[in-house]
Design a protein around this ligand. Structure first.
Ligand code: CA
Length: 314
């Protein structure tokens, strides 16, 4: 069985991340799941955006000067949805304003927008009814502990919104994902969420929140996760070992350990324009991951290139 293809922030290798055009393009390319990162606004609405800040992907600083916090960042939580939908979205930039991925199509000045989670779920519902095939969703609750400190229980809002669109049981075409392991446990065991859940696994130094991703990657850690989630979303770089001496790539054993616990493995992020160390081409990366590691799915910025590879081996 081929791995499921998850359009990471849409087909964001071609159009600005998390815009509706990037999602529609991913659908047309055949993606099995469209990913939504979710952040709350000042008026407790949910938007589809990767960061709690708006300044790397929109013209917020130009449109609303003076609305940054002391750290110079513009937080989605400080704006109403109606304000956010007036912003123009563009390709992600770094803190110097340079494109995060230098070879991608420059989108500044085009009429791309940020939209609400509800709007995207309406698009998914429309495509699933009127398109050639249904498509799943893959929402991620961003920084739940930070949101709680800001006075909003984002998980409750997300679950309520998903349920309203019919995503409320295990068979629903959805995976709900989060990096925060306490929140994932709460979502399953206290909030009673029946959706398929995925624990994201990053690096301990990525987040200001206390985490122990190293423990999750062990046999014991994965066995513990299996009591709560259906799968794991690991950083791809933890799935292999690269021998410096001769560049030899080998399996780190993570995927097998996770499979032994009955967990599906959906690593991130497969980008043809940002290959992990040791891989000479996107096809070599896909060959190792799909034929070698037997991952169950993958997050990619370039769904069309993954399908081209899958056709070439079928
Ligand atoms: Ca994400």
């Amino acid at each position: 069985m081929r791995p499921v293809v998850i359009a990471h922030r849409g087909a964001c290798g071609y159009l600005p991340e998390h815009t509706l055009p990037a999602k529609a393009l991913a659908y047309a390319m055949g993606a099995d799941y469209l990913e939504q990162d979710i952040v709350a606004t000042r008026d407790d609405r949910l938007i589809v955006a990767h960061d709690i800040h708006l300044d790397r992907v929109t013209n917020v600083a130009e449109r609303f000067p003076g609305r940054a916090r002391a750290d110079g960042r513009y937080y989605a939580r400080d704006f109403d949805l109606a304000e956010i939908t007036t912003l123009r979205a563009h390709e992600r930039t770094d803190r110097h304003g340079k494109p995060a991925f230098s070879g991608r199509f420059p989108s500044a000045g085009e009429n791309f927008r940020v939209h609400s989670l509800e709007r995207e779920l309406e698009l998914v519902a429309h495509l699933s009814v009127h398109g050639a095939r249904p498509v799943g969703i893959y929402p991620e609750i961003k920084d739940p502990a930070w949101h709680r400190r800001e006075g909003v229980d984002i998980s409750l809002l997300v679950l309520e919104t998903l349920a309203r669109f019919g995503y409320d049981d295990h068979a629903a075409p959805a995976y709900l994902q989060c990096f925060d392991e306490n929140e994932v446990r709460r979502i399953r065991h206290q909030l009673g969420c029946r959706l398929k859940l995925v624990q994201l696994i990053g690096e301990d130094d990525w987040s200001p929140e206390p985490t122990n991703f190293a423990a999750m990657r062990t046999k014991k850690g994965l066995a513990l996760l299996a009591g709560t989630v259906d799968g794991v979303g690991p950083w791809f770089n933890r799935l292999y070992k690269l021998r410096k001496r001769d560049g030899r790539i080998s399996d780190s054993g993570f995927v097998t350990r996770a499979h032994e616990q009955g967990l599906v493995v959906h690593p991130y992020t497969f980008r043809s324009d940002a290959l992990p160390p040791g891989f000479a081409s996107f096809d070599a990366l896909l060959e190792f991951s799909i034929n070698g590691l037997a991952v169950d799915g993958l997050f990619t910025d370039f769904p069309d290139q993954v399908f081209r590879f899958l056709r070439s081996i079928s």
